[in-house]
Design a binder for this molecule. Structure first.
Ligand code: FPP
Length: 257
């Protein structure tokens, strides 16, 4: 079971016990994550907020590796929302810088491990240097297949839906009686990506914060109290064990009744 993960976890550890409970034939295809609590993590440690974001990139690396080894096909990370521009200029600048550094540092690892990078969100407002770097890594990794990492950047769920409506109106191909849900979803930034099966949010907040509003219609939601910088492989496994205990009915009745 989860052989590739077992290569990096300690025999007899809590992680191994969790991994043993996971049924590889029923893994979620797509996990989406609202990474929250970087600021509070830093405050708890009497550090500047940006140190929380820096520590958060470590969690990104660990979660990406865990998902690839477990066999998850898509991992979407909410890294910068359209609302995040309201933060102090210095914090915003640091967030983009951390992302740029991550891309420069990780591009070879992405290639070595067959990982694809994709960006969703309104690209135009992303600082030029970062946008170019993102596009370079998207092009570089476009033929990789093991896991697709989708970074939501300058992303808003309502803006995504509105952008889709605008494209449809501009295209003049559909009328109100012919447009189906499947056709509509092809106009979203996430076209050709399956909807998330599992949505994880860290730091205990009970909100969806304008994230993938259309796509999470039937996602299972798992919330942990851990702040994002403390989120580890163990928590991914806990979320998966919990996910597999649930029965997904998609509005239908229980399968045994
Ligand atoms: C939420 O914590 C986190 C963010 C807004 C940014 C997430 C960014 C990273 C983890 C770093 C770079 C990302 C990549 C993909 C390399 P918060 O600041 O809202 O925390 P708070 O609610 O405690 O203030």
């Amino acid at each position: 079971m989860l052989n590739s993960l077992k290569d990096i976890i300690k025999p007899g550890s809590e992680e191994e016990k969790l991994a043993d409970q996971i049924d590889v034939s029923r893994l979620p295809q797509h996990i989406a994550v609202i990474m929250d609590g970087n600021g509070r993590w830093a405050k708890k440690k009497k550090l500047p907020r940006i140190e929380g974001h820096r520590a958060g990139t470590q969690s990104v690396q660990e979660v990406v590796e865990a998902c690839a080894r477990i066999g998850i096909k898509y991992l979407t990370l909410y890294a910068f929302s359209k609302e995040n521009w309201k933060r102090p200029k210095k914090e915003v600048g640091t967030l983009w810088k951390l992302l740029e550094e991550y891309l420069k540092r990780e591009d070879k690892e992405l290639m070595k491990n067959d990982l694809k990078l994709k960006v969703i969100g309104q690209r135009r407002e992303i600082p030029d240097r970062v946008r170019k770097e993102l596009e370079r890594v998207e092009n570089l990794t476009q033929n990789n297949h093991r896991l697709t990492i989708v970074l939501a950047l300058n992303y808003g769920g309502r803006a995504e839906i509105l952008d889709a409506v605008k494209k449809i109106l501009e295209g003049k191909k559909f009328n109100s009686s012919s447009l189906t849900e499947n056709q509509f979803s092809q106009f979203l930034y996430t076209a050709n990506t399956p909807d998330p099966d599992l949505l994880i949010r860290t730091s205990g907040e009970l909100r969806v914060s304008n994230f993938l509003l259309w796509q999470i219609a039937y996602s299972e939601i798992w919330i942990t109290q851990e702040y994002w910088p403390d989120f580890r492989r163990k928590h991914v496994l806990q979320a998966l064990v919990d996910y597999q205990k649930r029965e997904r009915r998609f509005g239908d009745v229980q399968s045994s009744s």
